[in-house]
Design a protein around this ligand. Structure first.
Ligand code: SF4
Length: 264
C-alpha cells in the first residue's frame, strides 16, 4: 500500500493521532473546520473540472457572463459566479456544526469567500494543466511509494504553477520555505512533467480575498525534504507511536477524549 501524504502529515502532527486514525482505524466525527474545508475543496474541484471540460487546455471559449438574478446561462458551458455559487450549494456538507445558526453562518462565509475566489480566478486567462490529479512516486532510498493529490496546476511562460487551496487563515510566508507538502508536490511534479516549476502556492480562499503565498524549491531543499520523508517513514515502520502532545495540537485533535496523553 502506498504511503499517503495525508498519513505522513498526521504522523508528523502526532504519532499517537496516526495510531488512532490509521493503525487502529478508530472512527471519529467530522469537525466544523473539516466540513467547511471539504465543502470549499469540492466546490473548487468541480469548478476546475468544468473549466477543463470547456476547453481541455483551460482556455475559456465563451466570454464570461456577469452575475444577474435573472441569469439562466447553461451551467455546463458558462463559468460564472452563478455557476460557482450553485456548485457551493451542491457541495456544502451540513455536518460537524454545533447548531443551525453556525452552519448558516459558515454557508454565508463560504459564499463570500468564493465570490473573492471568482475575482481572483477571473483576473487573467488561465491554462489549466490538471485539477485534483493523483500522483505516486517512489521515495528514493526506501521501499516506500508516496501518494497524494494536486489541487490545481496551471501553466504560464515560466513553467508550472502548483496551487494548493486552503480555507484556513493564512500562515506566515516564512513557514512555506520548509512546508513538506509543497516539497512533496515539487518532487511529484518532477516525476510527471518535464516543465520547470515556476512557483508553489498556498492559495488562502477567505472572505477578505484570495491570498497567494508562493515559494519555490531548490535541489538542496528537495534533498532535505526526501531525508525528512525517509526519517518519518522509518519511525512509522518501527511502529513508534509516541505521543507528542501540546495544547495547540490536542485542542484540534479528534481523539483527545480517548487519548491518555492529551495535554487538555
Ligand atoms: S490528544 Fe494530543 S497527544 Fe493525543 S493523539 Fe491527539 S494530538 Fe496526540
Amino acid at each position: 500500500m502506498p504511503l499517503s501524504y495525508s498519513q505522513l502529515q498526521t504522523y508528523q502532527r502526532c504519532p499517537k493521532q496516526y495510531e488512532f486514525a490509521v493503525v487502529k482505524k478508530i472512527s471519529r466525527s467530522i469537525s466544523a473546520g473539516e466540513s467547511f474545508g471539504s465543502s470549499i475543496h469540492n466546490t473548487l474541484r468541480r469548478f476546475g473540472e468544468l473549466e477543463m471540460a470547456i476547453d481541455g487546455s483551460g482556455k475559456r471559449e465563451k466570454p464570461l457572463q456577469l452575475f444577474t438574478e435573472e441569469s439562466t446561462h447553461d451551467m455546463e458551458t458558462e463559468l460564472t459566479l452563478t455557476t460557482l455559487l450553485t456548485l457551493w450549494r451542491e457541495c456544502f456538507i451540513a455536518h460537524g456544526y454545533a447548531s443551525k445558526v453556525e452552519m448558516d453562518q459558515k454557508f454565508a462565509q463560504g459564499e463570500r469567500a468564493l465570490a473573492k475566489f471568482f475575482d481572483w480566478w477571473n483576473e487573467k486567462k488561465r491554462t489549466v494543466v490538471c485539477i485534483e490529479k493523483s500522483f505516486k512516486f517512489p521515495v528514493a532510498g526506501t521501499k516506500d511509494i508516496l501518494a497524494g493529490r494536486f489541487d490545481r496546476i496551471e501553466r504560464n511562460e515560466e513553467g508550472l504553477h502548483i496551487i494548493d487551496f486552503k480555507s484556513s487563515n493564512p500562515r506566515p510566508q516564512e513557514s512555506l520555505d520548509t512546508d513538506l507538502q509543497l516539497s512533496v508536490y515539487a518532487l511529484a511534479s518532477k516525476t510527471i512533467w518535464p516543465d520547470p516549476i515556476a512557483k508553489l502556492t498556498l492559495l488562502f480562499v477567505t472572505e477578505e480575498g484570495c491570498i497567494e503565498h508562493s515559494t519555490t524549491r531548490s535541489t538542496s531543499q528537495l534533498t532535505d525534504a526526501l531525508t525528512n520523508i525517509r526519517l518519518v517513514a522509518a519511525h512509522m515502520d518501527a511502529k513508534d507511536f509516541t505521543a507528542t502532545p501540546s495544547i495547540e495540537k490536542c485542542r484540534h485533535c479528534p481523539y483527545r477524549s480517548i487519548c491518555p496523553a492529551s495535554a487538555i
